[in-house]
Design a protein around this ligand. Sequence first.
Ligand code: RP5
Length: 177
Amino acid sequence: EVSLYTPLPSTSGHSHLFPLVSIIMGSDSDLPVMRAAAEVLSALSVPFELTIVSAHRTPDRMVQFAKSARGRGIRVIIAGAGGAAHLPGMVAALTTLPVIGVPVKGSTLDGVDSLHSIVQMPRGIPVATVAINNALNGGLLAARILGTGIPEIGDRVEAYMLQQKCEVERKIDNLMT
Ligand code: RP5
C-alpha cells in the first residue's frame, strides 16, 4: 500500500527517507498551489510524500489513506482542496494526526467557498486552516509541529525565520541608500 503514496520525484528531494509529512490534494489541478508546501519542506529537509486523494472521486482511497497514515509513520497531513473542500475535514475525522487544511482558489467564488468549508469545522474534529492558496504556510506549520519533537527541524525553522528577517533588513537598507 505504501507504494500508493510514493512521493513525486519532481517535487520531493527526499524520496529515500521515510516521509513524516503527507501532502494530499483533491485533484492534480491543485498541484500548482500545493507545490509550495513541498518546496518549503524540501528546503527544510523534512521528508514528505505527495499524492492525490479525492474525497468525492476516490472516497475509498481517502479512507484507506487516512486510516493508514499514522501507522505508516506520518506525523502531519497537509490537505489542499478547492470548491466544497471537504477533504481536510473528512481526513481529520479518520485519523488522530494533525491535519492542516489549505483552501485552494477555484475559478469561481475566489476560494472563499473552500476557506469556509475548511475553517468552519464543527467542534470535536479540528483542522488547522491556512490562508487561501497559502500552501507555503501549510508546509511551515507542519515543520513547526515536527520541530516540537525533532530539534533539528525546529532549528531549521529558526534559521528560515532569521533568513526572512535578514531579507527585510536588506530591503530596509536599500531604501535608505
Ligand atoms: C476539488 O475540486 C479539488 O480539490 C479541486 O480544487 C477542485 C476541482 O477539481 P478538478 O475538477 O480540477 O479536478 O476536488
